[in-house]
Design a protein. Sequence first.
Lengths: 299, 317
Amino acid sequence: MHTQRRLGDWLFHICNYGFFTLFTLLCLFPFYYLFINTISSNDLSARGLVTLYPKMIHFDNYIQVLQLKGLAQAALVSGGRTIIGTLLTVAASAFLGYLFTKHKMWARSFWYRFVIITMYFNAGIIPWYIIMMKLNMTNNFWAYILPAVVSPFYVILVKTFVESIPDVLEESAEMDGAGYIVIFSKIIMPLITPIAATIAIFSAVSQWNSFIDTVFLMTNSKLFTLQFVLYKYLNESTSLAAIIRNSQGAVGNIDLTNKQTATSIRTTVSMIVILPILFVYPFFQRYFVKGIMIGAVKG
Amino acid sequence: MKAAIRPQSSMSRRSGSLIPDKFRLFLFASPFLVLILLFSYFPLYGWLYSFYNYRPGFPLSETPFVGLQWFKAIFSNPTQTQEVMRVMRNTLAMSTLGILTSVFPVIFAIMLTEIRTTWYKKTVQVLTTLPNFISWVLVYSIAFMMFSVDSGVVNKWMIALGFQEMGINYLAQDDHTWLAMTLWGLWKGLGWGAIMYIAAISSIDQEQYDAAKVDGAGRFRMIWHITVPGLMPTYFVLLLLSIANFINNGMEQFFVFQNAINKDHIEVLDLYVYNTGMLGFNFSFATAISMLKSIISIVLLFFANQLSKIVRGESII
């Protein structure tokens, strides 16, 4: 009886560890696979001979691919929308969340609901597109930023957080004659840094990963994001071939085994798109977890 | 007391300011409210286009008013009825598969908490949530690289192991599109989805387990009688939310994975609306579908909310 249970225990643990090891590898391997292909000989990589470890390591791809026409521009657009978008979203959500804790505000609960309802309702993508056109938001960089500035979910997060801060602090500042803006920037902002950091991380990741807005709104290649350019490279092999032909002259005579191929460009651009996420992920993982937990409490 | 110290607080705290506090607060908020109005409410005006025969480039005043023609077309025009039915079937199939697989994060969380090695548990958690933070374009790129016919690792290994004679173009086939999309969704979301349940498990009173152990309960009995009931409230809320989002399965995943071959089974509502409106230039018809979808979504949300009120005595929104 006793030995039987212990045997069962053993079996259970083996299966359990086995499953999690397998699934973790399944999550990790694709990233590793992309990476080893970007640093291996382009010739071998294009023939599918790089599967488990890198072969004939070189780092030319990263230098050459960034020189491709339009790629640096796309990186600039992606980086720009991430930085500007995140700063504005954090500032706006924090300020609006703070204002909504003020019971004195005119018709406060109406305006609060006015903001929150948009989380559950949208007019549909084509009506949205029509209005974006009317607002002059096609081929306009601000189309990446402005619609994301006020995010109801972040407003809820800040409001709940500010409500948990004791009023005494604010009241004493009010007594000294400080206005709302001074109180917000000098007292509230430093207190809500944990939640502001969480919002910043979420908003930065969603700006960086955003893709479909470019599909709808942008035809000007100067405003393409990295995600969109990557999608184009994956799907339009003819335009990719033209880029490869053009790039040969520009970068001069390179070792023939490392000249750019469709595979090398695709994997390298993918890696460039993933790298910022991989880079911030270990540092901010706990913020992600915190974010989903707060969200769960508030539902 | 307060009133004695600040006698004019209902008007204005600062001398020289004529705007009462309540309007001052509103004024501060107003730029953001305008943004919400423009980008979230103004699009409702776009619904008007579904009553016209709109063509891009012409102002609405110069386009013919057609009343409910596009709505009627959904039911009376055989080709359009067939198309909408096909798209609805895909949407419902994928949402149903999504709901069926929503127990996997629960199982994942329960099994992970059974692991006692802390560093191992942490590592698994960190690495399995990673795919959640990459875009669908990148998921597609990964799929593209790994399943590529002549250079992908999957085909190489399948051939080497003798399962295949030659390379198969896995992404360009329509045999198991729904299942494939569900599996990609699981790969991306399983670890992330489990986080909430892991936290819920850690908040279950440890004494319950200790008491059960004294009574001689084994691992599975404890899971079944303590852990699972402890997770039910969380699971139920998420289930209700997925009912509310039943016809809202997004577009990005299906947009990036679509191709000429799998189109029949991958086109969900939003993607169909995009393909007919933006590529087919049938703006008004696409708007009509868009509008119906929004209305059905709202009805579903209210339904889920009512259900929640009845069962849990609490609303979800």
